[in-house]
Design a binder for this molecule. Structure first.
Ligand SMILES: [Fe+2]
Ligand SMILES: [Fe+2]
Length: 308
């Protein structure tokens, strides 16, 4: 029997990618949206398994060898950010899992941690088999780390790890949980990763490059939208409280300027040079459009001084 609840869920999945309102096709629906809860998101996850080991990189190896040196360096820089990012969001996730408030939330959060480990596995395979970085997983991570810029390290090594540490110290600290979800789901996944994924996917599709990687990356993006859908649901619940709403808003205000630096390759002029065929203004615009839709549903107004 189909219930009203099932119908509401079906219509949100029709309107958005994975229940993530950042992707909504009709903005006029935003005020009446009923978000998917952790139980529904967990059940969605059960229907969407994929295998990082099953991706065929044969064509990718041939493509990689024929990409001109400069473009290959820029791609390797971009992919290194994703590789390290996936490792960080896997290992720095335990605090949130331990802060679950009921069994449905615990199940969803466990599913997300598996997703992040799988994403890191995909990148490890790609760096071994396509980029050609020898050694073991740790040595490939060290190679990728050497590519990264200072803003990346501040966000992933300082902000994310500190937020995780705070939750590990006290899983019942709701303010710490709101901060963590804001850093992780709103800034890192929602603003950075999904924007980077959109730009990179469009670029590779346009150029007809790396079909194996694209197949894996589409699975990753689908998972990420599901994760961001959880973060939006969680913040909507907690930000009904004015103090917690202010905590989330202040964290966003502090981190968004830093986040917009992470996608800029080192040594390039942020104001003038674009990336993968997009200007920085276009990248910011994509990121802020999705973020502002999510925040509208959460009930946070960032104000004009923080926008692009
Ligand atoms: Fe991920
Ligand atoms: Fe994720």
């Amino acid at each position: 029997m189909t219930t009203a609840y099932d119908r509401a869920m079906a219509s949100l999945l029709d309107l958005t990618t994975q229940g993530d309102v950042g992707t909504i096709t009709d903005e006029s629906q935003l005020p009446s949206i009923h978000l998917m809860d952790p139980q529904q998101l967990y059940e969605l996850w059960e229907r969407q398994h994929w295998m990082s080991a099953a991706i065929d990189f044969t064509r990718d190896r041939a493509d990689w060898a024929r990409i001109p040196e400069g473009a290959r360096r820029q791609l390797a820089w971009n992919l290194s950010g994703f590789f390290i990012g996936e490792e960080r969001v896997t290992t720095q996730f335990g605090g949130l899992v331990g802060a679950y408030e009921n069994q449905s939330e615990e199940a969803f959060l466990c599913s997300q941690q598996v997703d992040e480990a799988r994403h890191a596995q995909l990148f490890n395979r790609f760096f071994a088999e396509v980029v050609g970085v020898d050694g073991d997983f740790e040595e490939r991570l060290a190679w990728a780390r050497a590519q990264l810029s200072a803003p990346f390290e501040v966000l992933f090594d300082r902000e994310l790890t500190a937020a995780n540490r705070r939750l590990l110290d006290d899983p019942a600290d709701l303010e710490a949980k709101v901060e963590y979800v804001t850093v992780y789901m709103m800034v890192i996944e929602g603003t950075l990763a999904l924007t980077g994924q959109h730009l990179l996917t469009s670029h590779l599709e346009r150029e007809g490059l790396l079909p194996g990687f694209l197949e894996g990356f589409r699975h990753v993006a689908r998972d990420e939208h599901r994760h961001v859908a959880y973060g939006t649901w969680f913040l909507q619940q907690k930000c009904a409280d004015a103090h917690l709403r202010r905590v989330a808003r202040d964290k966003l205000a502090a981190l968004l300027p830093l986040a917009s630096q992470v996608l800029v390759p080192p040594g390039t002029d942020r104001e003038r040079e674009g990336f993968l065929g997009y200007t920085n203004a276009q990248a910011d615009d994509f990121a802020y459009t999705a973020l502002s839709r999510r925040l509208r549903v959460v009930g946070i107004d960032l104000g004009p001084q923080i926008g692009p």
